[in-house]
Design a protein around this ligand. Structure first.
Ligand code: FE2
Ligand code: FE2
Length: 204
Protein backbone atom coordinates (compact mmCIF):
# COMPACT_ATOMS: atom_id res chain seq x y z
CA UNK A 1 0.00 0.00 0.00
CA UNK A 2 2.78 2.44 0.98
CA UNK A 3 4.71 1.49 -2.16
CA UNK A 4 1.63 2.46 -4.17
CA UNK A 5 1.27 5.84 -2.46
CA UNK A 6 4.94 6.51 -3.16
CA UNK A 7 4.78 5.65 -6.85
CA UNK A 8 1.60 7.70 -7.30
CA UNK A 9 3.12 10.75 -5.63
CA UNK A 10 6.36 10.33 -7.57
CA UNK A 11 4.51 10.04 -10.89
CA UNK A 12 2.47 13.12 -10.04
CA UNK A 13 5.44 15.37 -9.33
CA UNK A 14 7.58 13.99 -12.18
CA UNK A 15 4.71 14.74 -14.55
CA UNK A 16 4.40 18.27 -13.20
CA UNK A 17 8.18 18.84 -13.44
CA UNK A 18 8.52 17.66 -17.04
CA UNK A 19 9.52 20.41 -19.44
CA UNK A 20 6.31 21.60 -21.08
CA UNK A 21 5.88 20.46 -24.67
CA UNK A 22 5.52 24.08 -25.68
CA UNK A 23 8.18 26.61 -24.93
CA UNK A 24 6.68 29.63 -23.17
CA UNK A 25 6.58 32.38 -25.71
CA UNK A 26 7.95 35.83 -25.03
CA UNK A 27 4.41 37.14 -25.58
CA UNK A 28 3.06 35.04 -22.66
CA UNK A 29 4.91 37.32 -20.29
CA UNK A 30 7.49 36.42 -17.67
CA UNK A 31 5.02 35.92 -14.83
CA UNK A 32 3.29 33.15 -16.82
CA UNK A 33 6.47 31.08 -16.72
CA UNK A 34 7.19 31.90 -13.07
CA UNK A 35 3.64 31.01 -12.02
CA UNK A 36 3.95 27.63 -13.77
CA UNK A 37 7.10 27.00 -11.77
CA UNK A 38 5.30 28.07 -8.59
CA UNK A 39 2.59 25.49 -9.30
CA UNK A 40 5.17 22.71 -9.65
CA UNK A 41 6.87 23.81 -6.41
CA UNK A 42 3.56 23.96 -4.51
CA UNK A 43 2.85 20.36 -5.51
CA UNK A 44 6.21 19.24 -4.13
CA UNK A 45 5.63 21.22 -0.94
CA UNK A 46 2.31 19.47 -0.43
CA UNK A 47 3.97 16.06 -0.80
CA UNK A 48 6.84 17.04 1.51
CA UNK A 49 4.32 18.23 4.10
CA UNK A 50 2.46 14.91 3.86
CA UNK A 51 5.66 12.91 4.40
CA UNK A 52 6.82 15.12 7.26
CA UNK A 53 3.44 14.94 8.95
CA UNK A 54 3.51 11.15 8.76
CA UNK A 55 7.03 10.98 10.18
CA UNK A 56 6.13 13.37 13.02
CA UNK A 57 3.40 11.05 14.28
CA UNK A 58 4.05 9.10 17.49
CA UNK A 59 5.71 5.72 16.82
CA UNK A 60 2.55 3.83 17.76
CA UNK A 61 0.68 5.53 14.92
CA UNK A 62 3.20 4.64 12.19
CA UNK A 63 4.38 1.43 10.53
CA UNK A 64 8.06 0.67 9.78
CA UNK A 65 7.17 0.24 6.11
CA UNK A 66 5.43 3.63 6.08
CA UNK A 67 8.40 5.31 7.74
CA UNK A 68 10.78 3.84 5.13
CA UNK A 69 8.60 4.92 2.22
CA UNK A 70 8.10 8.43 3.56
CA UNK A 71 11.81 8.87 4.23
CA UNK A 72 12.63 7.83 0.66
CA UNK A 73 9.94 10.14 -0.70
CA UNK A 74 11.24 13.03 1.41
CA UNK A 75 14.81 12.52 0.21
CA UNK A 76 13.78 12.47 -3.48
CA UNK A 77 11.48 15.46 -3.07
CA UNK A 78 14.20 17.50 -1.38
CA UNK A 79 16.53 16.83 -4.33
CA UNK A 80 13.79 17.75 -6.82
CA UNK A 81 12.89 20.92 -4.91
CA UNK A 82 16.50 22.06 -4.76
CA UNK A 83 16.83 21.65 -8.55
CA UNK A 84 13.77 23.81 -8.96
CA UNK A 85 14.14 26.68 -6.51
CA UNK A 86 17.76 27.61 -7.34
CA UNK A 87 17.11 28.33 -11.05
CA UNK A 88 13.72 29.88 -10.24
CA UNK A 89 15.25 32.39 -7.81
CA UNK A 90 17.91 33.25 -10.41
CA UNK A 91 15.24 33.98 -13.02
CA UNK A 92 13.53 36.35 -10.61
CA UNK A 93 16.69 38.02 -9.32
CA UNK A 94 18.56 38.32 -12.61
CA UNK A 95 15.75 38.75 -15.13
CA UNK A 96 12.51 40.09 -13.62
CA UNK A 97 13.57 42.12 -10.58
CA UNK A 98 16.12 44.39 -12.30
CA UNK A 99 13.52 45.49 -14.86
CA UNK A 100 10.70 45.82 -12.32
CA UNK A 101 13.04 47.83 -10.08
CA UNK A 102 13.01 50.57 -12.72
CA UNK A 103 9.35 51.14 -11.77
CA UNK A 104 9.11 50.37 -8.07
CA UNK A 105 12.70 50.77 -6.85
CA UNK A 106 14.85 48.05 -5.40
CA UNK A 107 15.43 49.07 -1.82
CA UNK A 108 12.91 49.37 1.01
CA UNK A 109 10.18 47.76 -1.05
CA UNK A 110 8.76 44.41 -2.17
CA UNK A 111 11.80 43.53 -4.30
CA UNK A 112 14.15 43.85 -1.35
CA UNK A 113 11.76 41.79 0.78
CA UNK A 114 11.64 39.03 -1.87
CA UNK A 115 15.44 38.94 -2.24
CA UNK A 116 15.84 38.70 1.56
CA UNK A 117 13.31 35.88 1.63
CA UNK A 118 15.24 34.04 -1.10
CA UNK A 119 18.35 34.26 1.10
CA UNK A 120 16.42 33.04 4.12
CA UNK A 121 14.90 30.11 2.17
CA UNK A 122 18.27 29.16 0.61
CA UNK A 123 19.96 29.13 4.04
CA UNK A 124 17.16 27.21 5.78
CA UNK A 125 16.92 24.71 2.94
CA UNK A 126 20.70 24.17 2.82
CA UNK A 127 20.85 23.36 6.56
CA UNK A 128 17.80 21.12 6.38
CA UNK A 129 18.97 19.21 3.31
CA UNK A 130 22.36 18.53 4.88
CA UNK A 131 20.63 16.77 7.79
CA UNK A 132 18.40 14.63 5.56
CA UNK A 133 20.73 11.85 4.25
CA UNK A 134 21.76 10.57 7.70
CA UNK A 135 18.16 10.86 8.92
CA UNK A 136 16.91 8.89 5.91
CA UNK A 137 19.59 6.21 6.33
CA UNK A 138 19.08 5.85 10.07
CA UNK A 139 17.00 3.00 11.43
CA UNK A 140 16.80 4.59 14.89
CA UNK A 141 13.31 5.40 16.13
CA UNK A 142 12.09 8.92 15.48
CA UNK A 143 12.33 10.78 18.77
CA UNK A 144 11.80 14.33 20.00
CA UNK A 145 15.37 15.29 19.00
CA UNK A 146 14.79 14.27 15.37
CA UNK A 147 11.44 16.03 15.33
CA UNK A 148 13.07 19.27 16.45
CA UNK A 149 16.19 18.97 14.29
CA UNK A 150 14.78 17.64 11.00
CA UNK A 151 11.01 17.36 10.84
CA UNK A 152 9.92 20.69 12.36
CA UNK A 153 12.46 22.70 10.29
CA UNK A 154 11.15 20.90 7.18
CA UNK A 155 7.61 22.03 7.94
CA UNK A 156 8.86 25.58 8.56
CA UNK A 157 10.54 25.61 5.13
CA UNK A 158 7.30 24.44 3.50
CA UNK A 159 5.47 27.28 5.25
CA UNK A 160 8.13 29.85 4.31
CA UNK A 161 8.13 28.96 0.60
CA UNK A 162 4.33 28.91 0.43
CA UNK A 163 4.10 32.38 1.96
CA UNK A 164 6.79 33.65 -0.39
CA UNK A 165 5.03 32.27 -3.47
CA UNK A 166 1.76 33.77 -2.35
CA UNK A 167 3.31 37.24 -1.96
CA UNK A 168 4.87 37.04 -5.42
CA UNK A 169 1.68 35.83 -7.09
CA UNK A 170 -0.51 38.35 -5.30
CA UNK A 171 1.69 41.43 -5.22
CA UNK A 172 4.92 41.41 -7.20
CA UNK A 173 3.68 39.64 -10.31
CA UNK A 174 0.58 41.82 -10.48
CA UNK A 175 2.80 44.91 -10.28
CA UNK A 176 4.98 43.45 -12.99
CA UNK A 177 2.04 42.63 -15.27
CA UNK A 178 0.64 46.17 -14.95
CA UNK A 179 3.95 48.09 -15.09
CA UNK A 180 6.20 46.48 -17.69
CA UNK A 181 5.80 47.31 -21.35
CA UNK A 182 5.32 44.46 -23.84
CA UNK A 183 8.86 45.01 -25.01
CA UNK A 184 10.21 44.72 -21.47
CA UNK A 185 8.16 41.58 -20.83
CA UNK A 186 9.65 39.99 -23.93
CA UNK A 187 13.14 40.99 -22.82
CA UNK A 188 12.63 39.49 -19.35
CA UNK A 189 11.21 36.23 -20.77
CA UNK A 190 14.14 35.95 -23.20
CA UNK A 191 16.57 36.50 -20.32
CA UNK A 192 14.82 33.77 -18.32
CA UNK A 193 15.17 31.36 -21.23
CA UNK A 194 18.85 32.15 -21.53
CA UNK A 195 19.32 31.41 -17.80
CA UNK A 196 17.56 28.04 -18.29
CA UNK A 197 19.70 27.27 -21.35
CA UNK A 198 22.91 28.21 -19.54
CA UNK A 199 22.00 25.99 -16.59
CA UNK A 200 21.21 23.11 -18.95
CA UNK A 201 24.58 23.63 -20.61
CA UNK A 202 26.30 23.46 -17.19
CA UNK A 203 24.55 20.13 -16.50
CA UNK A 204 25.89 18.52 -19.71
FE1 FE2 B 1 10.90 34.43 -5.28
FE1 FE2 C 1 8.91 32.82 -7.27
Amino acid sequence: MFQCVWSDARREWMEESKPKSHRIEESDGPTHLLKEEHRATLLKLELIERSLSYLRKPAEETLPEGVAVNKALLRDLAVALEKEIGPHFRKEEEALFPVLAEYIGKEYGPIEVMVREHEKIRAAFFTWKKALPSFCRSIAPIDEGIRKAVLDPGLRIVHLIRLHINKENQVLFKLSESSLTDEEKKKVTARMHSITDALRGEEC
